[in-house]
Design a protein around this ligand. Structure first.
Ligand SMILES: *Cc1c(COP(=O)(O)O)cnc(C)c1O
Length: 378
């Protein structure tokens, strides 16, 4: 049932591997809970969005009661963008960067089209990602929200969360961080950085499984004043009173919308539990060591053959994947697949190799880079 052990899997940053415990947990949820308890299982399923959120919280430096799991990253991102715009009436600009993940850019574009807000685009360095100075250059008193990915999905550049958040706050704006390539991979401290809002997926480094629901974070002090644009019954005070009017819960629960996908949520719980058990500092240390090995091999083997390292050189400023630029990146990636090495390709020319520290072995990094070398030498 598990992948061929000889497979070199360097794509855990797109879909993390299946943890052993997840099979049993899903089987239990299916057979004992759904099969046996039926509707009675909702007595405990109903807490899952909060309990899984509380399990994620320490991995991103968040306090208990500030994270819930439900909906997709895209939907959560939309909810928090609108909540932030509503919390800054009179301001009409959103700052983001052109290198941000497509769904984030598209949601911002859609809001701009509907809500008479404007987008202030940052054109950041494609390798180093958006810098504090790039953000400072577009901030003024009209900016309601700054939203960026903490780790770039292309180059893996890590943004300076503390400095950028401080700059935005000095200008009176809120900040929403997308942690999809951060949680379970790099150290994140939302509390110390005084971040307002965050979202992220559970199916990448958190190994939650395909389409597992995403998390959202709202700093405690904002919870009573901010509101989701989706007034669903899961965000309602005393949802089973089925009252006539929507009265949002006083806490993080108000950002829930509707019934969560329980099977996917228990899978996310197991993936998150595994990351929590290993500890984020050990995970980050191994991730950096994997990345440094990959950079050294790329310099020695691939650069002389016409490839370029298209990620930051400083391991502290690089997340857990490496982008390698080559004019025939697409062809190389396809040929690697044929040889049992799974990476991915991002246009126009990037081969992306992901190192998911819980699962990726040093030999996989070695074999993956050797495969690229052999393809380039023909
Ligand atoms: C993977 C990823 C997403 C995915 O969003 P979905 O709604 O789960 O499809 C969003 N943002 C970033 C930065 C990502 O890397």
């Amino acid at each position: 049932m598990f992948a061929d052990p000889s497979l070199v899997y360097l794509d855990g940053n797109s879909l993390g591997r299946l943890p052993v415990a997840t099979r049993q947990r899903i089987a239990h949820t299916l057979e004992v809970e759904w099969g046996g308890e039926l509707i009675g299982a909702w007595d405990h399923w109903i807490d899952l969005p909060r309990t899984v959120g509380d399990r994620i919280a320490p991995l991103i430096g968040a306090a208990r009661g500030t994270v819930v799991v439900s909906d997709s990253t895209t939907v959560n991102f939309y909810k928090l963008c609108v909540a932030a715009l509503d919390a800054r009436p009179g301001r009409s600009a959103i700052v983001t960067d052109r290198g941000n993940f497509p769904t984030d850019r598209y949601v911002v574009e859609g809001l701009a089209a509907r809500q008479r807000v404007t987008t202030r685009w940052i054109d950041a360095d494609p390798i180093e990602g958006p810098q504090p100075a790039d953000v400072a250059a577009v901030l003024d008193t009209d900016v309601a929200l700054v939203t960026l990915s903490h780790v770039s999905y292309t180059s893996a550049a890590v943004a300076d969360m503390a400095a950028i958040t401080r700059l935005a706050h000095d200008a009176g704006a809120l900040v929403l961080w997308d942690l999809s390539h951060s949680a379970g991979a790099v150290t994140v401290d939302l509390t110390a950085c005084r971040a307002d809002l965050a979202v992220g997926c559970t199916y990448k480094y958190l190994n939650g499984g395909p389409g597992a629901p995403a998390y959202l974070y709202v700093r405690a002090e904002h919870q009573a004043s901010m509101r989701s644009p989706i007034w669903g019954w899961w965000g309602q005070t005393d949802m089973f009173a089925m009252g006539p009017l929507h009265e949002p819960l006083p806490d993080i629960g108000r950002f829930l919308a509707g019934t969560p996908p329980v099977l996917a949520l228990v899978a996310a719980d197991e993936g998150v539990a595994l990351v929590a058990e290993a500890g984020i500092s050990a995970i980050r240390a191994k991730g950096m060591a994997l990345g440094e090995l990959a950079v050294a091999l790329a310099d020695e083997w691939l650069v002389p053959l016409g490839a370029r390292v298209s990620s930051p050189r400083d391991p502290h400023r690089r997340g857990n994947h490496l982008a390698i630029a080559h004019p025939d990146g697409e062809g190389l990636q396809a040929a690697m697949r044929g040889k049992g090495v799974i990476g991915d390709f991002r246009r126009p020319n990037l081969v992306r190799l992901g190192f998911s520290p819980l699962a990726t072995r040093f030999t996989e990094v070695f074999d993956g880079l050797a495969c690229l070398r052999d393809l380039l030498t023909g």
